[in-house]
Design a protein around this ligand. Structure first.
Ligand SMILES: Cc1cc2nc3c(=O)[nH]c(=O)nc-3n(C[C@H](O)[C@H](O)[C@H](O)COP(=O)(O)OP(=O)(O)OC[C@H]3O[C@@H](n4cnc5c(N)ncnc54)[C@H](O)[C@@H]3O)c2cc1C
Length: 400
């Protein structure tokens, strides 16, 4: 059996793996992107691109295309459902440092799809759909990767392998890397509708985090739809969560009358907080959901994965061009894993507590400090820098 050789194999053509492949190909590296699905998945999960992510994506020439497809959301709201108090945050306050001072609302599959299409036309890139990584082994000279496809197994030999194969990463499993953390007991239900929710709910931003001790929700706009995310109670079965009865109940709570609402999607998600013990082992590195998982409150999962991809691939290009030793890949692990714990994990846990509200003294203090920072320009700026993910990138860059 012939063994194909390539400089870098990337497992998984989600948004993060596709970005890594595009970056490497643009810098002259031979890259093979393999995906178990038959196309870039029509995945509705991520819908928010943060400002520094858009700056990065501009380096690989896709930001203008995303801007043409998406909606700019400069303002987002934290709202208390019981008191109706609204904290409004305006990202244009960062216009002096942000080239794109807003959240761009656009579904993640647009990015993965456009990059896969583009890679297909390049001489130094190959995209293989319906090719599933089934085995990985490394030695001092390289990595052997086995890909299962319709008619057999293809063997690939590469210098480096990137695992961008999502939450259940087989690359991470073959490396034997622990993925510590927890899974939230509740499931999360995402519904979408073409109904103009803004016609019934006054003063809505395009992104609204609505806290409530009974049932919190996220209400956000993508180009043709409103998306609603609610937690599911333990005793609610999947069949009930996907039923008209549940749909009507959710929209009753938002609009007063949910019976007439038609949905385009009804999806149940399991949500986790987990971080891999290391993001690098020899010639193999993990990026995106393969390396870390967090709840969707704040829109950090895909964005932080894209930040991993840029951080790793910048270093990998210099290694493959012989400009530096691959010890620099340990720096990737230190930088990205540190900010994953210090920012993404911590902030999403805090966001969940804020959404769950409740009557505790701790929650009263959380609301008080959000009120204080919303009213104080300096504190508000720091908050916006954190939420837009500029601070975590600066923190990572400061690690040596
Ligand atoms: C409800 C919800 C809303 C969210 N909203 C946001 C948001 O607004 N902003 C944000 O930043 N994040 C958000 N996230 C998180 C975001 O969706 C993920 O962080 C993001 O999809 C991670 O991208 P990825 O490319 O690492 O992994 P994935 O998107 O999971 O892609 C992995 C790819 O690898 C492929 N694959 C898996 N195993 C193999 C194998 N063995 N061989 C080959 N291919 C394989 C899969 O088919 C898949 O295509 C949200 C998540 C949820 C649940």
């Amino acid at each position: 059996m012939s063994i194909e050789q390539v400089q870098v194999v990337i497992a998984g053509a989600g948004p993060v793996g596709s970005v890594a492949a595009a970056y490497l190909a643009q810098h002259g590296i031979d890259v093979l992107l393999c995906e178990q699905g038959n196309d870039a998945a029509q995945d509705l999960r991520a819908s928010t691109f943060h400002a520094p992510t858009l700056e990065m994506l501009d380096e690989i020439g896709v930001t203008d295309k995303l801007l043409a497809m998406g909606l700019k959301a400069p303002v987002y709201h934290w709202r208390d459902r019981k008191s109706d108090e609204v904290f409004s945050f305006d990202l244009t306050e960062l216009s002096d440092i942000a080239r794109y001072p807003y959240r761009l609302q656009c579904e993640q599959y647009h990015l993965a799809k456009m990059l896969a299409d583009r890679l297909d036309g390049l001489d130094n890139a190959q995209v293989l759909f319906e090719h599933r990584v089934v085995h990985v082994a490394q030695d001092d000279a390289g990595v052997s990767v086995a890909l299962e496809h319709m008619t057999g197994i293809k063997q690939i030999r590469c210098q480096y392998l990137i695992g961008a194969d999502g939450a259940n990463s087989i690359v991470r499993k073959w490396m034997g890397i622990d993925f510590d953390g927890f899974t939230y007991p509740e499931k999360f239900l995402c519904l979408s509708t073409e109904f103009p929710v803004e016609s019934k709910v006054p003063d809505l931003a395009m992104v609204n985090y609505i806290s409530d001790s009974d049932e919190w929700l996220v209400l956000l706009r993508v180009p043709n739809l409103w998306r609603v995310l609610v937690p599911a109670l333990g005793e609610e079965t999947d069949a009930y969560l996907l039923s008209d009865e549940k749909k009507t109940k959710v929209f009753d709570g938002i609009l007063g009358d949910g019976a007439e609402i038609e949905t385009r999607h009804r999806t149940i998600y399991r949500v986790h907080q987990r971080v891999a013990k290391t993001f690098r082992d020899g010639r193999i590195a993990l990026i995106g959901d393969a390396a870390h998982l967090n709840n969707p409150l704040g829109g950090f999962g895909m964005n932080s994965g894209i930040h991993d991809a840029f951080n790793l691939c910048e270093k990998l290009v210099s290694v493959l061009k012989g400009e530096t030793s691959d010890d620099v890949l340990d720096l990737y692990d230190r930088q990205r894993r540190t900010v994953t714990h210090a920012f993404t994990q911590q902030q999403t846990l805090e966001n969940m507590e804020m959404m769950r509200a409740g009557q505790s003294e701790a929650h009263r203090q959380r609301v008080e400090s959000m009120r204080a920072l919303a009213e104080n320009p300096e504190k508000r700026r720091q908050f916006l820098m954190r939420q837009a993910m500029f601070s975590s990138l600066a923190d990572a860059a400061a690690i040596d």
